[in-house]
Design a protein around this ligand. Structure first.
Ligand SMILES: C[S@@+](CC[C@H](N)C(=O)[O-])C[C@H]1O[C@@H](n2cnc3c(N)ncnc32)[C@H](O)[C@@H]1O
Length: 599
């Protein structure tokens, strides 16, 4: 078997010579990694650059920003409904007083938004764990006067919404723990709400005129609505008298009482003691019970707080050898969850060692993961099939798409699950340890390093290393919440692959970035929000990887204008020549690597 390192091609700052024409001049120092765009003037910054809309283009996708946007939209709606100008200011209720709030809608942040009952005030109240149509008692704890909203704790429902069904609530910590705020909503309602999150994100943050945004698809639901989460990280705080300086001063405090072990109490910095978490997989829930016991029995060894890492790991054993292996096991793992599927037994256990690797199977593919890998959504919820959103979008494309680039690849989930569909696959991630893990995964799954390669580098360095013809390449992007930076997007527009599949856990920054690819960039193609970019949106769909919560994963499929054809007509003969040369270059490199791996 080829060594795992054979899949890794370290990139130097200037990259290889192949495909260099796609790489841009490096950004100035102050422009690097800003996660925002270079604006020529204030007009563009405010989204007026090309007449493409009046929204401010930039969003950092933060909860505060999204909440404020929803509050403003609700105020605008109220003003129109009342057919009047803004209300004269009325006195706001005292802090920590209880008021009645009628909920109008759920914000994209997951909290209910509504107005005080029997009050002329147009102050918006943000109350978690509520549904549109509920009237609730809420305890106000913060007024944001300028922003015209107040934050309040949910106390109780006084008149339930027709959408609410409390019999559905599956967790005793509901409305106290800060997670899973949608448990009282039927699943179909949760999915419909998540579709509106995606719709609003594209309407408000893409800076595109409505005719360039297709109808958002129905949210794809999760097969499991509880028991899906393969990773949990409960924590406990240090002894009440512990100080930051203790370590420096050599002081070791002791716990006098058992600390709460669990998750944040909603709206506070306090830890809520959680004995069980029903969104965890059965193996992880058993792990939680075991870890709680272990901490209790070893409490004297702890002098400060800690986070417990609970991860599910799967071992796949052929049925024929399972009973035999059980007999020889000195200490059978009593906590293991055994699942029978086809010819195999899947043995699931919970691992807690932060240096150990967990393993999971996607169909028949084996994916060991390293603990340090950031928790990509599908790695936390593997049952939502990760390959589904990025399967080649159009088999009829001419010429056919035969090359895959997986930008922000992590430990290679998309590269590996999709690589057999392509002639070459290339994954790139900034984390060297994730890339080493990806290369190991490729080897374990017998994917040859000549066709499945990985680079440890910033995603924008990718374009200096690309040698596959753009017309036959799909680029999958799965960046962190903050989205892509300007350098990456600019180079992507210059390279112009036939398809871009943008996967994201933050549909707001995704909408912003897709807006740039579709709307254009002033310094690439003179466009700004008017569809001068070389892409059109084929489809946008939300995937529900986290049922009961307000999160939605967005997948946008973009098609190069002319449907998989060339950027400008069929491309010039000179361009084709360059592409042929580039292809030869890849083949040569692949041969060299194959030789190295063999030797
Ligand atoms: C949402 S995760 C994607 C995970 C991957 N698709 C998977 O399924 O395992 C985002 C990834 O982006 C990587 N990343 C963050 N900033 C980056 C950058 N500037 N260039 C390349 N990768 C980056 C992180 O290391 C992380 O692996």
């Amino acid at each position: 078997m080829a060594s795992s390192a054979a899949n890794v091609a370290p990139v130097e700052s200037n990259g290889s010579t192949a495909g260099k024409r796609y790489a841009e001049t490096p950004l100035r120092k102050d422009e690097e990694s800003r996660g925002s765009y270079r604006f020529k003037n204030k007009r563009m910054r405010n989204g007026h650059g090309g007449g493409g809309g009046s929204q401010i283009l930039q969003t950092n996708g933060s909860n505060e920003e999204i909440l404020l946007d929803d509050v403003n939209a609700l105020l605008q709606k109220l003003k129109l409904e009342r057919n009047e100008a803004a209300q004269p200011p009325t006195e706001l209720p005292e802090k920590f007083s209880e008021i009645e709030v009628r909920i109008d809608e759920i914000s994209s942040t997951g909290d209910g938004l509504g107005f005080q009952v029997n009050s002329p005030s147009d102050q918006v109240y943000v109350v978690p764990f509520t549904a549109p149509g509920d009237t609730v008692t809420a305890k106000v704890f913060k007024h944001l006067d300028k922003e015209k909203y107040s934050l309040a704790d949910f106390v109780k429902v006084t008149t339930p919404s027709p959408h609410r069904d409390d019999a559905l609530i599956g967790c005793p910590y509901f409305a106290t723990c800060s997670g899973c705020q949608f448990q009282m909503l039927p699943y179909a309602y949760q999915l419909a709400h998540k579709k509106t999150i995606v719709e609003k994100a594209y309407r408000n943050f893409s800076n595109l005129p409505p005719e360039l945004i297709p109808a958002i698809g129905d949210t794809i639901g999760s097969p499991l609505q509880y028991g899906y989460r393969t990773k949990l990280t409960p924590h406990f705080d240090g002894p009440p008298d512990a100080r930051r300086s203790d370590g420096r001063n050599g002081i070791k405090r002791v716990f006098k009482d058992m600390p709460a072990i669990g998750f944040m109490k909603k709206g506070t910095r306090l830890t809520l003691d959680i004995e069980d978490c029903p969104i965890g997989t059965p193996a992880v829930r058993k792990g939680l019970a075991r870890e709680r016991k272990r901490v209790t029995s070893n409490l004297t060894q702890y002098h400060k707080g800690a986070t417990l890492l609970l991860r599910e790991s799967t071992e796949r054993i052929p049925k024929a050898s399972y009973s035999a292996s059980q007999e020889v096991e000195a200490e059978p793992d009593a906590d293991a969850i055994i699942e029978e599927r086809g010819d195999y037994i899947y043995k699931k256990t919970c691992i807690t060692d932060s240096n150990a690797k967990s393993t999971e199977y996607i169909d028949s593919l084996l994916l060991p993961k390293q603990q340090l890998h950031p928790p990509a959504l599908h790695t936390i919820h593997p049952r939502a099939h990760p390959a589904a959103p990025v399967l080649p979008p159009s088999p009829t494309t001419t010429p056919p798409i035969t090359h895959l680039i997986d930008a922000y690849s992590g430990s290679g989930l998309f590269t590996i699950t999709l690589s057999t569909l392509f002639t070459t696959s290339l994954g790139i991630d900034i984390s060297p340890s994730s890339i080493t893990c990806a290369a190991t995964n490729a080897s374990l799954n017998a994917l040859p390093p000549s066709s499945t390669r990985f680079l440890a580098a910033d995603a924008s360095a990718l374009f200096a290393a690309i040698s596959t013809p753009a017309a036959q390449t799909v680029v999958v992007i799965d960046p962190p919440r903050k989205g892509c930076d300007a350098s990456f997007l600019r180079q992507l527009l210059l390279y112009a692959p036939a398809r871009v599949v943008y996967v994201s856990c933050n549909v707001h920054t995704q909408a912003r970035d897709v807006g740039v690819l579709v709307g254009g960039m002033p310094d690439v193609d003179g466009g700004w929000g008017v569809g001068k970019g070389c892409y059109e949106i084929e489809r946008v769909t939300g995937f529900d990887f986290f049922p009961q919560t307000g999160h939605v994963e967005g997948v946008a499929v973009l098609r190069r204008k002319g449907d998989g054809g060339e950027k400008d007509g069929d491309g010039t003969a000179a361009e084709k020549e360059v592409e042929k040369e580039a292809e030869k270059e890849v083949e040569k490199e692949a041969e060299k690597e194959a030789e190295k791996a063999g030797g």
